[in-house]
Design a protein around this ligand. Sequence first.
Ligand code: PAF
Length: 279
Amino acid sequence: MWIANKKSELQAHLSTCKEPVILVPTMGALHPGHASLISLAKEQAGDTGTVIVSIFVNPIQFDRGSDLESYPRPLDTDLELCERHGADGIFVPDTGEVYSPDRSVTVIESSLSSYLCGATRPGHFDGVCTVVLKLFNLSRCDAAVFGEKDFQQLAIIRRMIRDLDLGVEIIPHPTVREDDGLAMSSRNERLIPEHRNDAPRIQKALLEASKQGTPEKILRVAGDLIEASPYARIDYLSLVDSETLLPVDRLSAPSVLACAVFYGDVRLIDHIDIPARKQ
Ligand code: PAF
């Protein structure tokens, strides 16, 4: 497995790589959820293709400086996990390598990012789109694997690919969960034990709510179950159309119940699909 810190090193490796090139973009602090993304990339790349994992904590997608500073960066264990799951190469640049100090071009997605995480994290998805476009360009990938856990991110990246004709295929991977149902996230490690024990209530609340018959009941049940926690604080809880991400007041089309919940200063996200109901 090769490791490139510089764009020029990445280009040198790419000149000897076989297609298809499949990118797994990450910010490191890799957990078994990421391992599944890398394994899926390997499966799709087949015997001859190339799997590249990028590890880059992208400063321009963080809206809180404290979150950026405390983001875990266990590079040695990350590299070991990548190798074990079949990555062929790793791109691990520093900030100066990715962004010029006087950079002045940003990708702005102006529709799907207005809601959910975008509403409470201004500029976050512009930062994500900008770095993902750069990583697509630098890796010249044919396809990229993204987790469905970040379903708004996935919808926005698909929109960017469509609107900018990037021609990169998206390979989605279902949310990977701990045994107790908590969606895997690099942030889970920062939960104190009381919060970690309580956090599986998020998925339980979404599952229970998804059995209800109207949008009002769905939102009420999920909200009540999460707010019954002495620790959890809802950042948002919304029922949105699965394509437009606009809030819905009917269940006539497939929708998504999505939430972000704070435990202390750790913000966790999760969602559940709500199929359309017969009217
Ligand atoms: O999902 C993530 O880890 C990040 O948002 C991504 C896609 C690697 C861009 O920095």
